[in-house]
Design a protein around this ligand. Structure first.
Ligand code: KG4
Ligand code: ZN
Length: 347
């Protein structure tokens, strides 16, 4: 089956063609980062309008790159949630319309399931069961994954998501949006030991997270060292970025270790935009090696939002005979454990 995947849940227009026999044929991405840069974050209405402009030309481009005629497409997979309602509606309406025009089935894909399965697109994929650490701009979750669609939430953030914390800390340091990669870059110049930031909720049992206190701690540290322009000197900014990153990374690592110990699983999958963080990858790999557990993640471009993960997740469900009816339903909030089961991946 050749599946066209469409992702428009936030500020990235992503499309891909995935073939259940030969794998990923092509993927294209248009990022709206420049469009939202002046606002320091995503402006939902601007995001929707830009998806409207970019989506169809991008679909044409990905079909050309994949050397696939639209008549050869066997199914459509589109992100239906969670995400920004207007942005989701663009991809869902276009996805459903293409399915209707081509007379092929279509399926609404859960954005976080897309992230969670993205490492299965790689050459050396993880096998089931595993623990997934989902760390994006909107979610921080630890999920027990027994098979595709068999998800049990083990823990999640009670307030800000890890990516959101990176973005907010970056804003305080006057760095551009999205802040995660900017903090990571600045942290390389800093001394992570000069300041010791808290590791929230690690002093009690459990797998939930809280990152909002870390945000306040960051602001207080910045203010305590601020010069007349409101910011500390360059080295201090770098030291704060490094201390902040280290606190988030260590907090995530402690909880991942607990989740691996609780399940007895030997595989951890990290996914979502923050999974592109180099220090987090290093730390988790190191930490879990002590428990003979291995860490898997996708290449950077498949950690952040993309169409390939949606095409892949949708392909698994369409191949299992699941489809959605022709009505356009988006779900800005959509618990992962409400998804129907599929079983083990068919690569
Ligand atoms: O998965 P994603 O592309 O979109 C959502 O579904 O939210 O994740 C975006 C988030 C942003 O908060 C961004 O700052 C963060 O991922 N991010 C990073 C890195 N690259 C992206 N955070 C830390 N380090 C990175 N290298
Ligand atoms: Zn995402």
């Amino acid at each position: 089956m050749k599946i066209l995947g469409i992702e428009t849940s936030c500020d990235e227009t992503g499309v891909a063609v995935y073939d259940t026999n030969s794998g990923l044929l092509a993927h294209c991405l248009y990022s709206q980062v420049a469009l939202h840069a002046d606002y320091g974050g995503v402006v939902p209405e601007l995001a929707s309008r830009d998806h409207v402009r970019k989506l169809l030309p991008l679909v044409e481009e990905v079909l050309t790159q994949a050397k696939v005629d639209k008549s050869q497409i066997d199914g459509i997979a589109y992100t239906a949630g969670p995400g920004l309602i207007g942005a989701l509606l663009v991809g869902s309406c276009v996805g459903r319309a293409i399915a209707l025009a081509l007379d092929v089935p279509a399926i609404a894909v859960h954005h976080m399931e897309g992230h969670l399965l993205a490492p299965l697109l790689e050459k050396d994929p993880p096998s089931f069961p595993f623990v997934a650490l989902l760390v994006s701009g909107g979610h921080t979750q630890l999920v027990r994954v027994d098979a595709i669609g068999e998800y049990t939430l083990m823990g999640e953030s009670l307030d800000d998501a890890a990516g959101e914390a990176f973005d907010k800390a970056a804003k305080m340091l006057d760095l551009d949006y999205p802040g995660g990669p900017q903090i990571a870059k600045l942290a390389e110049l800093g001394d992570s030991k000069r300041f010791t930031f808290p590791r929230p909720m690690t002093d009690r049992p459990g797998l939930d997270f809280s990152f909002s206190g870390l945000k306040t701690y960051t602001l207080n540290t910045i203010q305590a060292h601020a010069r007349d322009d409101g910011l500390p000197d360059e080295q201090t900014c770098a030291d704060i970025a490094a201390a902040f990153q280290e606190a988030v990374v260590e907090t995530l690592a402690i909880k991942c270790r607990r989740a691996i110990q609780a399940t007895g699983f030997k595989t951890l999958v990290m996914a979502g935009g923050v999974a592109a963080n180099k220090r987090l990858r290093e730390k988790l790999t190191q930490e879990l090696a002590r428990f003979n557990a291995r860490v898997f993640y996708a290449r950077n471009e498949f950690c952040t939002d993309n169409g390939a993960m949606i095409a892949y997740a949708g392909a698994q469900r369409l191949q299992a005979g699941q489809t959605d009816d022709a009505s356009v339903k988006v779900k800005p909030r959509w618990p992962l454990d409400e998804l129907p089961t599929v079983g083990k991946a068919q690569q």
